[in-house]
Design a protein. Structure first.
Length: 192
């Protein structure tokens, strides 16, 4: 959700606090619009992040009840394909058949951690897509995120949704494994 983090995907570089750079999109034009959004399901943390060492990656499990706060960016189909490729540590180059994703609602490009594309509906007349893992939260051992990753997520929640520090802490502490590793005081420090 953090715009500065998102722009690293678009323009290339390394996110603040991260440990892995990306080449950026072939088209480095900034998003035409962005706005707060919600996606069906819940966010969970699992596996080991190479981009944010010392913790897990964030995934969306759309089969879980509830709504996950998100940020919708209006970008081109090529830019979306390039961002998906970068999340799989591949160079941007391959187009995606987003019409197939709209038709099916969900398309698995492969078994990789971010190769499952989901069409979550439409927003302001535009289709909304995200990507996640092919598995559910219950299928993986929880792994809480690193401090840098949580701080970036917290900043994005404040920036996109206008949440207070208290609202951010309440949301983050409710995600799987976060409260097991991070106290409310530590989360407040990260979100502040």
């Amino acid at each position: 959700m953090d715009r500065a983090r998102f722009m690293v995907y678009v323009r290339g570089g390394m996110p603040v606090g991260g440990d892995r750079g990306t080449p950026g999109c072939r088209d480095t034009t900034p998003p035409r619009l962005d706005r707060p959004a919600e996606l069906p399901g819940q966010v969970y943390f699992a596996t080991d992040s190479k981009a944010w060492p010392g913790g897990g990656r964030a995934f969306l499990d759309p089969t879980l009840p509830g709504r996950a706060p998100a940020r919708a960016y209006l970008i081109t189909a090529e830019q979306f394909a390039d961002i998906v490729a970068q999340e799989m540590y591949r160079p941007p180059r391959e187009p995606l058949d987003l019409a197939a994703v709209v038709a099916a609602g969900r398309v698995e490009l492969g078994p990789g951690r971010y190769e499952t594309l989901i069409h979550t509906g439409d927003l302001d007349g535009y289709p909304v897509f995200t990507f996640t893992a092919p598995w559910t939260a219950a299928a993986k051992t929880p792994n809480p995120p690193s401090a840098a990753y949580l701080a970036t997520i917290a900043h994005g929640l404040r920036e996109a949704h206008g949440w207070s520090t208290e609202e951010v802490v309440t949301y983050l502490s409710g995600l799987n494994s976060v409260a097991d590793r991070w106290s409310a005081a530590e989360l407040t420090g990260l979100a502040g």
